[in-house]
Design a protein around this ligand. Structure first.
Ligand code: NAD
Length: 287
């Protein structure tokens, strides 16, 4: 029976659903796969120790690692090669060890792209507004422009962060397709938009509430969420009541895991079964 050793490196990752998602999928394939959490807080190590952890995991026979906050950028200088998405974005969430080399990928980008195409087929992307320009926001914005969004307006309560993301996107994709503006301009931007992507932590159990005034959400918008704990955030509840087309954050979480699983094992993941697992896991108290 093929056996795989994998894991996740990051801070505060105890509650991560990745071990269960990967191990359940491996069971369905008849593979023996262990997925360990290598939490830098538990290890008493700083984010800059990610290189040392990656080298140690490689030496100990790991097949690959997922990398999360705050190590997605810091890990890059310790890798031998990057996929096109990871190189363009400057962030890695998956490392594969193969033939003595460590290769970085970004399945947050490919995961959001697949979730969006599957969950909101045919959605208009003439003008999309994105709220949140952090780690998830950078991956999602890259995916949206790669999928053909004509114009992306990025807003963040930290305007410098939004401006830096828009500038990086324009340098990468050209054509001035990404713009930014103060939060005060959100009403005008949303009145004219086809869709809203929400990429801030608002709506998670620890950050309840709506990330923007309810009056700005209107039925002509589609709404895509990145928060997936809970799957139905207050924003998605409101959007559902208004009759908007909606996409929850579970698809991105699952497709990024499915793409990483394929990279680790070479097996084709059953993404629909993994979506069922995620719904089951987020509904399980204590996980
Ligand atoms: P982050 O801290 O890197 O970025 C969050 C950004 O949102 C910050 O720039 C902050 O200034 C901004 N912000 C916060 N509240 C705001 C508000 N009300 N209005 C405007 N801007 C606001 O966080 P992150 O890593 O990007 O994660 C964001 C969320 O995405 C988290 O809930 C995380 O769990 C989720 N996430 C989901 C997936 C997935 O696969 N579905 C993947 C990664 C992250």
């Amino acid at each position: 029976m093929p056996a795989y050793l994998t894991g996740l490196v990051g801070s505060g990752i105890g509650p991560s659903l990745s071990p269960a998602l990967h191990e359940r999928e491996a069971d369905r394939h008849g593979l023996r796969l262990l997925y360990r959490t290598l939490d830098i807080d538990v290890l008493g190590a700083g984010p800059e120790s990610v290189g040392e952890i990656v080298r140690a995991a490689h030496a100990l026979g790991f097949d690959g690692l997922n990398i999360t906050h705050p190590c997605k950028q810091l890990v890059i200088e310790h890798l031998d090669e990057l996929s096109a998405e990871a190189a363009a974005l400057g962030a890695v969430n998956t490392v594969v060890f193969r033939d003595g080399r460590a290769i970085g990928h970004n399945t947050d980008v490919t995961g959001f792209a697949q979730s969006f195409s599957r969950g909101l087929p045919g959605a208009a992307t003439g003008h999309v507004v994105q709220l949140g320009a952090g780690g998830a926001g950078a991956a999602v914005a890259h995916a949206l422009l790669a999928l053909g969004t004509d114009r992306l307006t990025v807003a963040d309560r930290d305007p410098a962060r939004a401006a830096a993301l828009a500038e990086a996107l324009n340098a990468r994709f050209g054509g001035g397709r990404a713009t930014t503006g103060p939060m005060a301009e959100l009403p005008a931007a949303l009145a004219d938009a086809d869709g809203l992507v929400h990429a801030t932590p608002t709506g998670m159990a620890a950050h309840p509430g709506l990330p923007l005034p309810a009056a700005l959400v209107h039925p002509e918008l589609w709404i895509a969420e990145v928060v997936y704990r809970p799957l139905e955030t207050e924003l998605l509840q409101l959007a559902g009541e208004l009759g908007c087309r909606t996409l929850d954050g579970g698809g991105m979480a699952v497709f990024q895991a499915a793409d990483a699983f394929r990279l680790f094992t070479g097996r084709e993941p059953h993404a629909e079964r993994m979506l069922e697992d995620l719904a089951d896991l987020v509904a399980t108290p204590g996980l």
